[in-house]
Ligand binder design. Structure first.
Ligand code: ACM
Length: 675
């Protein structure tokens, strides 16, 4: 159990005389703060709370306060407190505004002290205050009668300076509102970098006034105007979030070539690519006209996006167009560039100079890492964590994404336990300082505006804690306990990661009656990006309206089921877990006939029929296992072997969804007595 929660509970357990039931502090903070001490007492949150802002005041600070108070009002039903000029219950003590353009070095620290009579929040900058207000909102709790802030002393600052979420809007465009609600969620868990992957083979999504045919021909008319980009940048800034745009070059650029074929390394004409995967098309790195174009375009973007960093991709450029072009081959010989990787480094060096001219630091995916690359370039590691360490050893700042790919459909636990600087990193303390942090990556091939939240949240909140909280905060069960609560708070902010299942299942069933389907969908999760791509051969034009699009990665049922199995196996005579497991299996069994009946009238659902049949069989296996273990009786000779084979069959690819509970069910079956 986490030390902080333990201290809260111990306080309540050890001093019952001084701490009546009302003082029990339930720690639902996510991310966990660096230092927290809970003490006795609480400050009731009532209409008589008053607020003072005695020092620095600004529109940004007041707007952040107002948003927090609105959310607390929504959550508690208690009318918003008033701001006074005199003595107040809640004091917002902020030294100054912080940087005019938020940088890596912005001070995000704060302290928050709650006593039974007052609350004081101190921060050096407005962003520190924004982080403190987020914590304040998460602290509010209720004992069923009153709402209150528990008495605590919090001193907090992030472990890493770069805590990001990347959203790819190239493969599927995401409207402004979708981006904004995800910025709200990022701020709620103290993430501070929105990495906006704006250009792809499948779509060019940002207006250029200098080169209007980029979106004119390369976007299907789905793009952000510069005014909308400014609106999003301002929205992010108001929440203490930097916006780092990505213009992925020299590969992943087919959409650029639809309007400007002269940029490419082979003759056009080009059309927007609908297929996914690696494309041969790449910018021509040998022509001066390419760099003149990039100088103007990136210069225009450098003005639009105030962040000191600009991402220029560099991933998955396969060199095929370069190898096939005699003029490019001649250029490579003339410049002693021995292979296409060397030619890409030449290109990266030229682009880095352009960015420096426009006062930007370059960020690129780990393919750009090369001894010739100047140390100013920041490396984003995605093909393996070793590239992160290599980059740091070569003097580059680096960002970890490899374990935080959301389309891998891994559990929150897997993401959570991936530390950017594990003990075995082999980095010196100086090199470790170059690890700026990490970014969750939401690639857009298989998401649209309906499903995207469910792929990002709540798992990204677990990643946010990894990047903010001390390295020692690693209690998985406690993370899941708080994640369940945070997940609901995020929905209250407008995210749709839970509610989207209802919408999608009603659509699939063509009916408002989805109780049984909800049970079925609740024990399924999507297969990984690669598995879906291989099984379904998706393109940008594939409708995303199958059962796989209605289910969530790492559904809460997975961890709950695993805990119940563990508790049952530890003490089979304990009726609680046994009853809960039996009820779970019976609910699966009860759901299947209705689900199968709905499949008869919905072809999109019917595709998952084998999964419904498997679920019924697995539920019966679970019930039988419970009975054998509880009674200590022996099953028929081949029972265990047959059931393990049944589970193995259920692990096989099918209907592009999978059962996340199979490992725990395997443990249950294996625990059945043999003799
Ligand atoms: C990447 O996933 N191609 C950076």
């Amino acid at each position: 159990m986490n030390r902080l929660i333990l201290s809260g509970i111990l306080m309540a357990v050890l001093s019952p005389a001084t701490l009546p039931a009302q003082t029990t502090f339930t720690n639902t903070l996510l991310p966990q703060p660096a230092h927290l001490t809970a003490s006795s007492g609480r400050l009731p949150w009532t209409t008589s709370i008053t607020i003072a802002i005695p020092h620095h005041r600004s529109a940004r600070l007041e707007a952040a306060l107002d948003r927090t108070l609105d959310q607390i009002q929504e959550q508690t039903g208690i009318a918003k407190p008033t701001i006074t000029t005199g003595e107040a219950t809640l004091t917002l003590d902020v030294d100054g505004p912080g940087q005019p353009v938020q940088s890596l070095d912005e001070d995000e620290s704060y302290t928050l002290t709650v006593t039974p009579t007052s609350a004081t929040l101190h921060a050096v900058t407005t962003i520190g205050a924004i982080r403190a207000l987020t914590t304040l909102q998460q602290l509010i709790q209720s004992d069923g009668h009153t709402q209150f802030l528990p008495a605590v002393q919090i001193e907090d600052s992030p472990r890493f300076r770069w805590r990001g979420l990347m959203i790819d809007v190239g493969r599927h465009f995401e409207p402004v509102d979708v981006i904004k609600r995800n910025l709200d969620a990022m701020a709620a868990v103290k993430l501070n970098v929105f990495h906006w992957h704006l250009t792809e083979d499948q779509g060019f999504r940002i207006q250029s006034k200098l080169y209007p045919m980029l979106t004119g021909r390369g976007s299907d008319k789905l793009f952000y105007t510069q005014a909308q980009a400014r609106e999003i940048i301002a929205y992010a800034r108001a929440r203490g979030i930097r916006v780092v745009p990505e213009f992925d070059i020299p590969g992943h650029t087919r959409s650029w070539f639809v309007g400007y074929p002269e940029l490419a390394s082979a003759h056009g004409p080009y059309t927007i690519r609908r297929e996914f995967g690696i494309d041969d098309a790449a910018m021509d790195p040998t022509r001066e006209s390419t760099y003149q174009f990039l100088d103007k375009f990136l210069g225009e973007m450098a003005t639009l996006f105030p962040d000191p960093y600009m991402h220029v991709g560099g991933d998955e450029s396969n060199g095929q167009q370069w190898k096939r072009n005699p003029r490019i081959r001649a250029f490579m010989r003339a410049h002693q560039l021995s292979d296409t990787a060397a030619l890409q480094t030449y290109f990266s060096q030229r682009v880095l100079k352009i960015l420096q001219k426009h006062h930007k630091h370059m960020v690129g995916w780990d393919e750009i890492l090369n001894p010739q690359l100047p140390p100013d370039a920041v490396i984003q590691s995605w093909r393996g964590q070793d590239s992160l360490f290599e980059a740091a050893k070569e003097g580059h700042q680096a960002i970890l994404s490899q374990p935080y790919y959301l389309d891998g459909m891994k559990s929150a636990e897997t993401h959570y336990l991936s530390d950017p600087i594990p003990a075995a990193s082999g980095l010196t303390p100086e090199q470790a300082k170059l690890i700026l942090g990490g970014e969750a990556c939401m690639w857009g091939e298989h998401v649209n505006s309906l499903s995207i939240d469910s792929r990002i949240w709540p798992r990204t909140a677990a990643i946010a804690e990894r990047l903010w909280s001390p390295q020692s905060v690693t209690d998985v069960d406690d993370m899941y306990r708080r994640l369940d609560i945070e997940s609901v708070r995020l929905e209250a902010l407008g995210l749709t990661h839970i509610s989207h299942a209802g919408t999608a299942l009603r659509d699939l069933a063509g009916s408002p009656s989805i109780e049984a389907l909800y049970v079925f969908a609740g024990v399924l999760e999507p297969v990984s990006f690669g598995e879906r791509y291989d099984q379904q051969h998706t393109t940008q034009l594939t409708p995303l309206n199958n059962l796989v699009d209605a289910v969530r990665p790492d559904p809460p049922s997975r961890h709950r089921f695993a805990i119940l199995v563990l508790q049952f196996l530890q003490l089979p005579s304990n009726p609680g877990p046994r009853t809960a497991l039996a009820e779970t299996f019976r609910s699966w069994l009860a759901a299947v006939p209705t689900v199968e009946a709905q499949m008869n009238t919905s072809p999109r659902l019917a595709e998952a029929r084998p999964r419904a049949e498997q679920l019924a069989a697995l539920a019966n296996t679970g019930l039988e296992a419970l009975n054998y273990i509880s009674s200590g009786s022996k099953p028929p000779a081949d029972w265990k072997q047959t059931k393990l084979a049944q589970i193995e069959a259920a692990e096989k690819p099918q209907s592009i969804v999978r059962f996340p509970f199979l490992p725990a069910l395997t443990d249950l079956v294996k625990a059945v007595p043999d003799k």
